[in-house]
Design a protein around this ligand. Structure first.
Ligand code: UD1
Length: 433
């Protein structure tokens, strides 16, 4: 059923919310699990559609998958016998490319549908290809499929042209089962890269330096079974932090690693929020209208591009003029056309948004253009006056576990209703809170 979020804005978010496991770590970890010779149990998986699609894809090629509950799965990749991955759903996700690195490493041959993902920029994969070729593989792209094959994979020295999360993880996977030593330079340092490295090591891989600029990998012959718990999702946590700030709320965000949130916390403090850090939680309190600032997205530990739509939305209702520069993905301001329906005043010049804060937004009908921008529109709707409808929520559900349920528990007036169901919409509008 095609559904949308109906949102009645103007309620401050108050209370506790528990963050799920990191989607982008989980995607790399699921692919890595397919490389082991024995069953691997993964805990704290976020129950979101991208994860389900990737798990189903490895099941379809022969892995034995056992779900213990919504967040725990055992994957036995030793039974994988088919090295061609293609279906309608896998074409839509980005992380399908991790199956290239994983199956190339384990079986020296793989074919995967060309990766999809959110339409936020051109998203080349040249660095992945450069890495596979440096390890000794041949890459062929034809008819919407990428085939990567090798007679043998040998350790090598790669200097990435850009810091890429995907390329770093992909080459780390393949190199873990290559012969000899691989040195990766100018790698991505995101916490999810470190989590995938830690997971590989828990299966017997020898990966050192993840989280720094240089990763050194000593290839091993096989990976064994393990049980591993995924780190909390810093982008989900950041989204609730900004939602608390935008609604002048007071929210304790639990199951986080505060260190991963520093770039976000620093910006919130700069514009006048109170942010309290605990061992595994952060509390965000916004008592008044917030101020303006400059934000530039950068690879970790800089301000994450996956938080740019949310912070831009917050600045759109804060006092004064803010400047947001998007230095990672060129199409990431498209959502501001949707936000304009609520009354925001944002001018885009190249990769920069000049955001003139307005005193408030008003409810409107909007289309989520992608995952994070979709979450940003929900934040706008929660902060605004009146009723909003947000469509294309399948994008949001790719990365946020039970978003509407978690927000409702914080006092938000949000409901998933069928698209074009006037009756349900009227019921929602008339319902007293
Ligand atoms: C991952 C995340 C995405 C996040 C992004 C940046 C997943 C599934 N997705 O995407 O949510 O927004 O990191 O934190 O984990 N680039 C190249 N050539 C390549 C690869 C990348 O030029 O071969 C460029 C990209 O165009 C971009 C930059 O490098 O400008 C970073 O991209 P990358 O880190 O690879 O993003 P993804 O792994 O696709």
């Amino acid at each position: 059923m095609n559904e949308e979020y109906a949102v009645k804005g103007g309620h401050p978010l108050v209370g506790d919310v528990v963050v799920s496991g990191a989607k982008n770590a989980a995607l790399g970890i699921i692919a890595a699990a397919a490389m082991a010779d024995e069953p691997v149990t993964i805990e704290n998986l976020p129950y979101v559609s991208d994860i389900k699609v990737l798990v189903q894809a490895i099941q379809a090629i022969g892995a034995v998958v056992t779900w213990h509950d919504m967040h725990t799965v055992t994957i036995d990749g030793s039974t994988i016998s088919n090295f061609c991955v293609d279906n309608e759903y896998i074409r839509k996700i980005r992380a399908s490319y991790y199956l290239l690195g994983a199956l190339l490493g384990k079986h020296r041959s793989v074919e995967v549908a060309f990766p999809g993902g959110c339409n936020i920029g051109s998203r080349p994969i040249d660095q992945h290809i450069k890495g596979f070729e440096a390890l000794g593989a041949r890459v062929n792209i034809a008819h919407g499929m990428i085939a990567v094959r090798a007679d043998d994979l040998n350790g090598c020295h790669i200097y990435f042209d850009v810091s890429s999360v995907g390329a770093t993880i992909n080459i780390m996977l393949a190199a873990s089962l290559s012969k000899g030593k691989t040195i990766l330079e100018n790698v991505a340092k995101e916490p999810h890269v470190v989590d995938v490295a830690n997971f590989l090591n828990s299966m017997g891989a020898k990966v050192k330096g993840a989280g720094t600029d240089v990763i050194r990998i000593e290839g091993v012959e096989r990976l064994h079974g393990a049980t591993y718990s995924i780190i909390p999702d810093m982008i989900e946590a950041g989204t609730y932090m900004v939602a608390a700030a935008a609604t002048k709320g007071d929210v304790l965000i639990k199951n986080v690693i505060p260190k991963h949130l520093e770039a976000i916390s620093a910006k919130l403090v700069e514009i006048g929020c109170e942010v309290e850090e605990f061992d595994d939680a952060v509390r965000v309190i916004a008592k008044k209208r917030l101020g303006h600032t400059h934000v530039k997205t950068l690879p970790y530990p800089g301000f994450p591009t996956d938080m740019q739509p949310q912070i831009t939305t917050l600045l759109a209702i804060s006092e004064g003029t803010s400047v947001v520069t998007e230095s990672i993905f060129e199409n990431r301001f498209k959502f501001t056309d949707e936000l304009a329906r609520m009354g925001s005043v944002i001018k885009i010049e190249g990769n920069t948004a000049i955001v003139d804060g307005v005193s408030g937004l008003t409810g409107a009908k909007m289309l989520a253009p992608d995952l994070r921008a979709g979450a940003a529109l929900v934040i706008a709707a929660l902060s605004g006056e009146g009723v909003s409808e947000i469509r294309n929520i399948e994008f949001i559900e790719r990365g946020y576990e039970t978003f509407d349920v978690k927000l409702s528990a914080l006092g938000a007036d949000i409901k998933k209703i069928p698209v074009d169901d006037e009756n349900e919409l009227r019921k929602f509008i008339l319902k007293a809170v």
